[in-house]
Design a protein around this ligand. Structure first.
Ligand SMILES: NC(=O)C1=CN([C@@H]2O[C@H](COP(=O)(O)OP(=O)(O)OC[C@H]3O[C@@H](n4cnc5c(N)ncnc54)[C@H](OP(=O)(O)O)[C@@H]3O)[C@@H](O)[C@H]2O)[C@@H](O)CC1
Ligand SMILES: [K+]
Length: 501
């Protein structure tokens, strides 16, 4: 699956036309391909096409003609009075064929009988929140009982960013021209798009564009994760220090360690609160567990820093945060690790939360990666979870710039940003929305970093393998996705990583 932003698609389109391919030829192939997908997937007897005033509407007219040709009873609502250019030509053909063109007054009847509603209202040319009458039409499409298939982009979704400024169509399937649009793989646009499919529209390779934001697949990662070479000893395979857990939160520490071990880390040291150490030591047979100074609540105290820095001297990477707890002492501890550790540091969970308002991360020059979800990133940015959820790519970029580090923003569309580089992960499942999966992810990324992979690559490869492990579990067990627990991922992490060899 190829993913391009709206701007990149516009460039591919202009280059194609400069090479002499007429706009109407691209529209023809787009519409023909889109109609084929609709016929194959939905096989409707009656369809309604809602066509806007631009080229997205033009695609809709071609789709209507193709559905009509296949024997589907089609109604088309063109929103504009007058059409010119390629959409105008295609609307004229519909008139010549006697395809039923309806006005707004007949819309409710059309929506009531259609087996598929085709959203050809707004595409990549939308600017800002949909105005009337588009906004009202979007509301009607969303209220329809028939499934909605969006052409190119669900109307109202920003194809560049995935942001939704006003209302937007909720489609079950989005059929894109040439490449899936970036806004359809980033939340919330991703949820509006449903399944994404792209159809070939004849853009020649000479006109194609390399995307600035990578859609991370096995292909983009292949060869990144080194195989262990002989002679390997436990230190050459990567040493990782995990700083995690507290008296009441031992599971988080366990899952980070296990994730790291399955991702090929040669040796894992765990520093945890003194009162948690004994039980973790018993559970983590292969890890070296150290209990360090804790406060009265059973969380690691700031006085543990010296021991932690000493352990870090033996590690090629450090993971800090899961289950450590909040408060001033944890903040001092995390700041101390950022100041005192030269090796790459991954900050997750509580370690991200306690850094809100701190300058320690921005001041650090050695490599660092933070792995927040929207709520944690909202605290770090001081903007709130909602702002992050609405503007995910922009928020991740802002945090990466302000903090001068790599940011992995968790979600169904895990986004990884560092400097100019950005990527969206292609693997995963809603099954991952369960306690502890984030800890496993931290362990995997920490292990990859400990094996010498730079943090941006470790983060995107780790996210990919973590999502792929969930997919493999679903494939193998056939169990409902709600049943996955974080430790189910562990046996599938090596399999996922092997797919990258
Ligand atoms: N590029 C390619 O290679 C190919 C592109 N193709 C297709 O073209 C699509 C892009 O077409 P596009 O550029 O004509 O824009 P499009 O999405 O139809 O929107 C423009 C219309 O929306 C309106 N409008 C805008 N904002 C609005 C708002 N807030 N609220 C309400 N209305 C608003 C605007 O009205 P105006 O502002 O002009 O009054 C105008 O009528 C692309 O997604 C793909 O489907 C294919 O044919 C294959 C080749
Ligand atoms: K659309």
């Amino acid at each position: 699956m190829k993913v391009l932003s709206a701007g990149e698609m516009g460039l591919a389109d202009r280059r194609s036309q400069e090479l002499g391919i007429p706009e109407i030829a691209l529209m023809e192939r787009a519409g023909v391909g889109m109609a084929r997908v609709i016929l194959e997937r939905c096989a409707p007897r009656r369809a309604l096409v809602i066509a806007g005033g631009g080229n997205n509407g033009g695609d809709g007219f071609v789709v209507a003609r193709e559905l009509h040709r296949a024997g589907v009873e089609v109604s088309v609502l063109p929103v504009k009075e007058e059409y010119t250019g390629s959409p105008g030509t295609n609307l004229r053909i519909l008139r010549n064929l006697g395809v039923r063109l309806i006005g707004p007054g007949e819309l409710d009847a059309g929506l009531g009988t259609a087996e598929v509603v085709v959203d050809a209202l707004l595409g990549t040319g939308v600017r800002g929140a949909p105005r009337e009458p588009a906004a009202g039409l979007i509301g009607k499409m969303n209220a329809a009982s028939a499934p909605v298939v969006a052409l190119d982009v669900p109307s109202g979704v920003n194809a560049e960013t995935g942001e939704v400024e006003g209302v937007a169509v909720r489609a079950g399937l989005t059929v894109a021209a040439h490449a899936v649009k970036l806004g359809c793989v980033i939340s919330p646009g991703r949820e509006h798009a449903g399944e994404n499919v792209a159809v070939d529209i004849g853009v020649p390779p000479e006109a194609d564009v390399k995307p600035a934001v990578e859609w991370t697949t096995a292909g983009t990662l292949r060869g990144l994760v080194p195989r262990l070479r002989e002679p390997a000893h436990k230190y050459s395979a990567g040493t990782l220090l995990v700083v995690a857990g507290s008296r009441r939160m031992t599971g988080a520490a366990e899952m980070v360690v296990r994730g790291a071990q399955r991702a090929g880390c040669g040796i894992v040291f765990l520093a945890t609160a003194g009162s948690a150490a004994q039980s973790l030591d018993a559970r983590l047979t292969e890890a070296l567990v150290s209990g360090v100074a804790e406060d009265r609540g059973g969380s690691m105290a700031s006085g543990a820093l010296e021991d932690i820095l000493q352990l870090a001297e033996r590690a090629a990477a450090v993971v800090v945060g899961p289950g450590i707890g909040l408060g001033q002492e944890r903040r001092e501890l995390v700041e101390g690790v950022l100041r005192g550790v030269e090796a790459p540091v991954l900050l997750d969970a509580d370690a991200v939360t306690v850094l809100a308002g701190s300058e320690a991360l921005a001041r650090r020059t050695a490599p660092a990666v933070v792995t927040p979800h929207a709520g944690e990133l909202g605290r770090l940015l001081g903007s709130g979870a909602r702002e992050v959820s609405e503007r995910r790519l922009a928020s991740a970029r802002r945090a990466a710039e302000e903090q001068g580090c790599c940011v992995l923003l968790k979600g169904s569309d895990t986004i990884v940003v560092e400097g100019e580089r950005a990527s969206v992960n292609s693997t995963g499942s809603v099954a991952l929305a369960t306690a502890g999966t984030g800890d496993v992810l931290s362990g995997i990324i920490g292990a990859l970093a400990s094996r010498g992979i730079e943090v941006y690559d470790a983060a995107r490869a780790g996210a990919w393998a973590h999502g792929r492990a969930a997919e493999i579990w679903l494939e193998r067990t056939g169990w409902p996705r709600e049943s996955l627990v974080a430790t189910d991922l562990l046996p599938h992490v090596p399999e996922a990583l092997r797919e990258l060899e």
